[in-house]
Design a protein around this ligand. Structure first.
Ligand code: PHB
Length: 387
């Protein structure tokens, strides 16, 4: 090698060695777009807590980079979603967006992420479209699709020999898709959904609908509600005298993070979800102890999803040495990983939605006790996803 070439090669090597270190000093800008007000406020807080717990366990760094947070309260308001996500993308210039809870808001976020190329990790909202027709290399979900718990519960109800079901939910993507999953499996198993009842999100005037349920007298009622609305629905269902006569089944959100407020009115309810109490795995035990120590409350499914969103970010960024622009490498690492979650290990499928066990749970006291597996390694069909 000639002297000048050697010098050039050495200079290049030095630059290469220094580049990652220089980048490591730049903070990773994480945009948290979550509901901090309204019926889903507690869910947003649990997600943020879970996310930050994982970051703290990594010594405050992800992919070698310290973190700077930018927060937006999305109010679970789809009409404000495009403006709100625009603040994070254009004003704050974040590297990654973590959000949100509400499916209608999440769909606007997915569109913005797809258009701008910003990395998006959805820590709750189950909108089927974001890991379906709207799927993209830079969009991931750490939670579930709305179809998954619904489908699992439809199988459970059909296997129990129930024939006639009424469904009740909020009229928006999450409710529609949860009911859709239930109906698909329940009718495949020989049952029939005879009436689909709904009310606008986030209304809680359940009384007229409960009266209708009482007059139809189905074998089972399937429901999707969450957060503050779930608390009230379970209490109203019991107060209407229906709990004694018609079993209430639900996607597990109906009793997750809500049991303190629901009290005895939730006792005995059967639900399906990808998390629950009494999972006998070391990761969950450690997670619960750490979460309770940090926040003085027990974690719920939302906390787990926030924690796992941070884990997925770390898996991707460790593979790209902290570089969010390397989207293909990031996606390859996340979809190849076995994610060590408190829910039990799971993987991320080709459409970037979790492939995971759906547990059957029963409310016993203040717990959603896992009493079985309703559907093993259940994958959302991801219909319409072309990467
Ligand atoms: C949703 O809008 O997708 C959603 C909201 C709250 C939940 C679950 C799903 O608990």
């Amino acid at each position: 090698m000639k002297r000048s070439t050697l010098a050039a090669a050495l200079a290049a090597a030095t630059v290469m060695a220094v580049a990652p270190a220089a980048q490591a000093q730049q903070k990773l800008k994480v945009g948290l777009m979550l509901p901090y007000s309204g019926t889903y406020a507690a869910l947003g807080t649990a997600i943020e807590n879970g996310f930050k717990l994982y970051v703290a366990e990594q010594g405050g760094k992800i992919g070698g980079r310290e973190i700077e947070y930018f927060k937006v309260d999305d109010e679970s308001e789809p009409a404000k979603a495009t403006d709100n996500v625009g603040k994070l993308i254009k004003r704050d210039n974040v590297d990654v967006i973590v959000g949100t809870v509400h499916s209608g808001v999440a769909m606007a976020m997915a569109k913005a992420a797809k258009d701008s190329g910003t990395l998006l990790i959805i820590p709750n909202a189950g909108a089927v479209a974001v890991t379906g027709p709207m799927c993209a290399e830079n969009i991931f979900r750490s939670s579930f699709s709305n179809w998954q718990p619904g489908y699992a519960m439809g199988e459970v109800a059909a296997k129990k020999g129930m024939k006639k079901a009424v469904t009740i939910t909020w009229k928006y993507a999450a409710g529609d898709e949860s009911v859709g999953g239930f109906k698909e499996a329940f009718e495949k198993g020989g049952g029939q959904v005879v009436k689909e009842l709904s009310l606008p999100f986030p209304n809680v005037e359940f009384q007229p609908l409960l009266t209708e349920i009482a007059s139809i007298r189905p074998d089972v009622v399937y429901t999707f509600f969450a957060g503050g609305g779930a608390v009230k629905f379970v209490k109203d269902y019991a107060a209407a005298g229906l709990k004694k006569t018609i079993p209430l089944y639900g996607a597990g959100f109906i009793t997750d993070g809500t049991l303190e407020a629901q009290g005895a009115d939730a006792d005995g309810l059967l639900t399906t979800l990808h998390y629950g109490d009494g999972l006998d795995n070391p990761k969950d035990k450690a997670f619960r102890a750490a979460y309770e120590k940090a926040y003085k409350v027990a974690p719920d499914v939302y906390a787990v999803q926030g924690y796992d969103a941070a884990q997925m970010l770390a898996i991707g960024l460790n593979a790209t040495h902290g570089d969010v622009a390397k989207k293909a490498e990031f996606a390859k690492a996340v979809t190849a990983a076995r994610i060590d979650s408190p829910r039990g290990a799971f993987t991320i499928g080709a459409s970037h939605n979790p492939v995971q066990d759906m547990y059957l749970r029963q409310v016993i006291g203040k717990e959603n006790k896992v009493i079985g597996i309703a559907a093993k390694a259940l994958a959302d069909p991801g219909a319409g996803c072309r990467m």
